[in-house]
Design a protein around this ligand. Structure first.
Ligand code: SF4
Length: 385
């Protein structure tokens, strides 16, 4: 397949791995965070960490939209769905994310709530048009990649004067999350995590461009390489990061030139800016309250804002104390450092959000990594005996 197979060539991956090993052989360690869940998935799926020398450590970041939603927002969605007049439309992954006290959207649906799985915002819009007696609420989540389609749906609903369509808005902003990670005491003062550079998001950057990352490169002196989601993209980005670190540079470089420009998609940015404005604060799982890190509908579109139209009472809720999703999303822990990984918590019985989405670090590690590690361990044991 064009533009896919070329980027999955194992021989080329091996050649880049050799270059990385040669150029990283300077008696130091390199710690790189891949912000995006798509990269986490690619690293696990293609076993890229096995190709890297031991002195390069990949740290999984918080760029999985399902994973970063705090449990309180899941609770809020469940309470919306429990209102008899509401049909809640949501992506399939979200239905399985555990809420407080063993709840989930899936269980609420089984108990009678009108919750429907959709593949896009426009599906929800079609349901609203087809069923005018229902209040159709779309559970809108995601980073800058999924925000333009939601803005488009709001514009269409407005044009058609649809009175029974609204969104429960949970769209979040990538640069704010990166700043929050770099400002977190784990990075700044406690030394619990070291980050020498970032692999910047692929799809998000097609919308926002490479320009917004310049701030981190300059202010925090961290190199950023925007990369595609294919294995050769990731390997090339790691080589580019190693070279920046070796040269003492901290620049924004673009490996994903086939899709990302410096300014991004200006049309999509303007659509989003017309419909949404920044929230002053938003809670993220793992990162806590992050200022100006999420969007809400502008006053002109308030009638499409489910939070204003259907107030629900929620109480502060805490994550399962045994779940390490928060630490994993900050890059402080790895999935296997959670004692529930692969025992009580599996993709069939997720306890935290990181085990639900395919882009979640725990789910990716379970699907592609666990068996390799188990095999390596048992081979090692056999060799030793
Ligand atoms: S394995 Fe499960 S419980 Fe542990 S951190 Fe991951 S999602 Fe949370």
């Amino acid at each position: 397949m064009k533009y896919v197979d070329e980027y999955r060539d194992g021989r080329l991956a091996g050649a880049i791995a050799e270059r990385i090993a040669a150029e990283a052989a300077r008696g130091r360690d390199y710690y790189f965070m891949e912000f995006c869940g798509g990269h986490t998935h690619a690293i696990s799926r293609y076993g890229l960490e096995d190709l890297l020398p031991a002195n390069i450590r990949m740290i999984h970041g918080p760029g999985c939209p399902v994973c970063v939603l705090p449990i309180g927002r899941i609770d809020h969605a469940i309470r919306l769905a429990e209102r008899p007049e509401i049909t809640l439309c949501t992506y399939g992954d979200l239905m399985r994310v555990p809420g407080p006290h063993g709840t989930s959207l899936l269980k609420a649906k089984a108990a009678g709530a009108d919750i429907r799985m959709v593949y896009s915002t426009l599906d929800a819009l079609r349901i609203a048009e087809a069923e005018p007696s229902r209040e159709v609420v779309f559970f809108a989540i995601g980073f800058e990649t999924t925000t333009p389609p939601t803005a488009l749906a709001i514009r269409i609903a407005d044009k058609k004067r649809l009175k029974n369509f609204s969104i429960f808005c949970n769209h979040v902003i990538t640069p704010a999350a990166i700043a929050s990670i770099l400002d977190h005491p784990d990075v700044r003062t406690l030394g619990a995590i070291r980050i020498d550079g970032f692999i910047g998001p692929a799809h998000v950057s097609t919308v926002i461009g490479t320009q917004p990352y310049k701030f981190f490169a300059e202010e925090y002196e961290k190199p950023v390489v925007v990369a595609g989601f294919e294995p050769l993209d990731v390997m090339q980005a790691i080589l580019m990061l190693v070279r920046q670190v070796n040269d003492g540079r901290h620049e924004v470089e673009n490996e994903y030139i086939r899709a990302v420009t410096e300014e991004g998609n200006l049309k999509a940015q303007s659509e989003v800016a017309e419909v949404f404005e920044l929230r002053e604060a938003f809670e993220w799982r793992g990162l806590g309250i992050v200022p100006y890190s999420a969007l809400r509908l502008r006053e002109a579109f308030a009638q499409y804002d489910a939070e204003r139209r259907f107030p629900v009472v929620t109480e502060p809720v805490r994550d399962n104390p045994a779940c390490e999703c928060g630490a994993i999303l900050r890059g402080v822990k790895r999935p296997t450092e959670c004692r529930l990984f692969g025992t009580a918590c599996t993709p069939e019985t997720p306890i935290g959000s990181c085990m639900v989405s395919a882009e979640g670090a725990c789910a990716a590690h379970w699907t592609y990594g666990r068996f390799r590690e188990d095999t390596a361990a048992s081979v090692g044991q056999r060799a030793a005996s």
